[in-house]
Design a protein around this ligand. Structure first.
Ligand SMILES: *[C@@H]1O[C@H](CO)[C@@H](O)[C@H](O)[C@H]1NC(C)=O
Ligand SMILES: *[C@@H]1O[C@H](CO)[C@@H](O)[C@H](O)[C@H]1NC(C)=O
Ligand SMILES: *[C@@H]1O[C@H](CO)[C@@H](O)[C@H](O)[C@H]1NC(C)=O
Ligand SMILES: *[C@@H]1O[C@H](CO)[C@@H](O)[C@H](O)[C@H]1NC(C)=O
Length: 164
């Protein structure tokens, strides 16, 4: 039982470390991914960014101004961010920075980190629940084994009811 307690607290520590690691990792890789954006919907970074921006209702890393520094923005030379930044309620949204009101005001990084943390909290709770159930089971087994020594009728029950 002590073994089990140690194992589950180790698990929690590992996951807490993982949460901080996720924050750093998202921060460094999100810049890379935004720099690889290439409006064509065929490469993985572009699809991922469009998907995240639509799903999480965000634009850019911290805000839509981050698009200004990307290669895609400089190459397209029309002062526009991808249309995945557009609020769905806006008709004819072109992603032009001249109309910032059409775009999602929030950046994606904070939202992605928040989402990942939520998922990890679920995993931690599941692990803790599993560990508790396991400990409860061991407790029951212990109670049964302790009683077994004192109760001859029980001995009969577990040995299959035959007198040897
Ligand atoms: C996107 O990728 C295609 C094919 O790989 C390439 O022809 C195009 O120039 C790229 N566009 C940008 C903006 O990098
Ligand atoms: C976007 O964020 C930068 C700092 O990261 C800030 O200087 C800028 O004013 C922000 N732009 C908008 C429109 O909020
Ligand atoms: C700006 O250029 C990009 C890439 O060439 C294109 O996908 C986008 O539709 C253009 N936006 C506007 C408003 O012309
Ligand atoms: C959207 O575009 C259509 C045709 O391109 C135009 O008739 C309409 O007025 C536009 N709507 C807005 C809100 O700009």
């Amino acid at each position: 039982m002590g073994q089990c307690g140690i194992t589950s607290s180790k698990t929690v520590l590992v996951f807490l470390n993982l949460i901080f690691w996720v924050e750093d990792e998202v921060d460094s890789s999100i810049h890379k991914v935004y720099d690889e954006y290439n409006g064509t919907n065929t490469d993985a970074p572009s699809r991922a960014i469009d998907y995240v921006q639509r799903q999480l209702h965000c634009c850019g890393i911290h805000n839509y101004s981050d698009w200004r520094t990307t290669r895609w923005f400089k190459e397209s030379r029309n002062n526009s961010v991808p249309v995945s930044c557009c609020r769905p309620a806006v008709v004819n949204c072109t992603g032009s920075l001249a109309r910032p009101g059409d775009l999602y005001p929030e950046g994606c990084e904070a939202l992605v980190v928040k989402k990942l943390k939520e998922i990890m909290m679920y995993v931690i709770w599941a692990a803790l629940t599993f560990a508790s159930i396991q400990m409860l089971g061991m407790l029951c087994a212990c109670v049964v084994l302790c009683r077994r020594g004192q109760d001859p009728a029980y001995e009969l029950l577990v040995s299959g009811g035959t007198y040897a």
